[in-house]
Design a protein around this ligand. Structure first.
Ligand code: MTE
Ligand code: MO
Length: 442
């Protein structure tokens, strides 16, 4: 299976960054425009055109619009509902030049359009190493074997008889923002941070299934294997397996979407998305890690001295301002509510500070709505825009006291050869026109 993998993706992006940095300013802008144009093309373009074509001042007060002067279609016009046609620009997007083929690729969540903390199932980013398998749940089994006293082969019905839990948790691909390590700057929130989602997941705690199988005293690790063409395989330490890992079959109140691993996936809350193996078919208990491809040649972090960090599972505290952002510029002066998302793989977000001047002065943001461990947390700050320039930043602190690092601090600690786990403070530049661009502050 040709799999460029995320490190290949970031390499490509790194190359693009170097190329872009070597270009003169207008050329670079042209390059970015071209990138955005084809990334956003169809859906965004047609939605905007449709809305423009249908808009009419005749529909505005004091006139009564046609939809008030008539009745609409009745029930069951659409047995499985879909968003309003006017929202057709709110979609997952890909960066076509990022990967050699769509089979091993990524689509990004439109974070700029989301409200609250839940990602609607149809907008959750997708990451496949071997495409989406069409798994018939009646033909699917979950096998639990290895260092256990009672090996199990569970049908979906049998799995769903165990007591279940429902948890709101984020999933983030560790390659999220990977292109920013070396200075490649994507001009869209969707592409800088969109390998991120947060759903309510329902399933059986892995600890319950391991108890049923009876882990032998030597059992220290669990190997998880997917049923897709890439047979994704990762080693999970027993402490995590017994802590909060779940074997999930439902998402946001319904069975998993095929994209998310239907009919069953592993969910390792707070850990790099790669460990949350989709289309889960096998769990093997062993006494040491397996050192699979996805934890040796991929998903390790190359340091400046040539060594590599391995099993860097946790997604450390991170945050980003979602409004304003490149896709959501300011159109007029006045009062706004600046908003953003913060998250930590170690627990709850304790506070988020916002800077309007590139990190010189900070003020605390308000945490809105639910503040849950290992979940997206929304923050906001009233913001009066007088038409001046600003450098917008957010900085998350989690309940362990960990403070989101600056890009300089992160590069000092990890160098620039890393691809994964880029969680540095992100900067948006707001200019006098209200436009927002992605900048890096040293
Ligand atoms: N079986 C299998 N599981 C998988 C993958 C895969 O390709 N095959 N991709 C992984 C990666 S790299 C990530 S980031 C997450 C993404 O989860 P999502 O597609 O539900 O957003 O799934 C992980 N689980
Ligand atoms: Mo990933």
């Amino acid at each position: 299976m040709a799999d460029p993998g995320e490190d290949r993706i970031a390499q490509l992006l790194g190359r693009v960054a170097r190329k872009a940095n070597g270009l003169s300013q207008p050329d670079r802008r042209e390059f970015l425009r071209a990138g955005l144009a084809f990334a956003g093309s169809t859906a965004l373009g047609s939605a905007a055109v449709m809305r423009d074509a249908l808009a009419s001042a005749d529909n505005l007060p004091p006139n009564v619009p046609p939809w008030t002067r008539s009745v609409g279609p009745g029930v069951v016009t659409n047995p499985y509902g879909a968003p309003s046609a006017f929202e057709s620009g709110v979609v997952r997007r890909t960066v076509p030049w990022l990967t050699a083929s769509a089979i091993s690729s990524i689509s990004f969540t439109p974070l700029q359009d989301l409200k609250g903390i839940i990602t609607p199932s149809g907008l959750v980013f997708e990451r496949y190493h071997g495409g989406v398998p069409a798994v018939n749940p009646d033909d699917h089994r979950l096998m639990i074997h290895g260092l256990v006293s009672r090996p199990l082969v569970l049908s979906m019905d049998q799995l769903m008889r165990f007591p279940s839990v429902s948890l709101i948790r984020f999933i983030e691909c560790p390659a999220n923002g990977g292109m920013e390590w070396r200075g490649a700057q994507m001009e869209a929130l969707q592409f800088t941070h969109g390998m991120l989602s947060c759903c309510e997941w329902t399933g059986v705690p892995l600890s319950v299934l391991l108890e049923e199988a009876g882990v032998k005293p030597e059992g220290r690790w669990v190997l998880a294997e997917g049923a897709d063409g890439s047979a994704m395989t990762r080693s999970i330490p027993m402490e995590k397996a017994l802590d909060d890992t779940i074997v999930a079959y439902a998402q946001n109140g319904e069975m998993l979407r095929p994209e998310q691993g239907y009919p069953v996936r592993l969910l390792n809350p707070g850990w790099e998305g790669n460990t949350s193996v989709k289309w889960l078919r096998r769990l093997e208990v062993g006494d040491k890690p397996w050192h699979q491809r996805e934890e040796t040649s991929k998903y390790t972090d190359l340091m400046t001295d040539g060594s590599a960090r391995q099993f860097t599972y946790v997604q450390e505290a991170n945050s980003v301002i979602t409004f304003p952002c490149p896709e959501k510029p300011l159109r007029e002066k006045g009062r706004y509510e600046l908003e953003g998302l913060a998250w930590s793989g170690r627990g709850r977000i304790r506070r988020v500070d916002v800077s309007l001047d590139g990190g010189i002065n900070w003020q605390p943001a308000r945490l809105k709505g639910l503040v849950l461990p290992k979940a997206l947390t929304r923050f906001s700050l009233p913001f009066d825009w007088d038409g001046g320039r600003a450098l917008l930043q957010s900085r998350a602190v989690d309940e362990t006291g960990y403070v989101q690092p600056t890009l300089t601090q992160l590069r000092q600690a990890r160098g620039t050869e890393s691809i994964y786990h880029k969680n540095a403070i992100h900067t948006w530049r707001l200019d006098e026109s209200g436009a927002v661009t992605n900048v890096q502050i040293e």
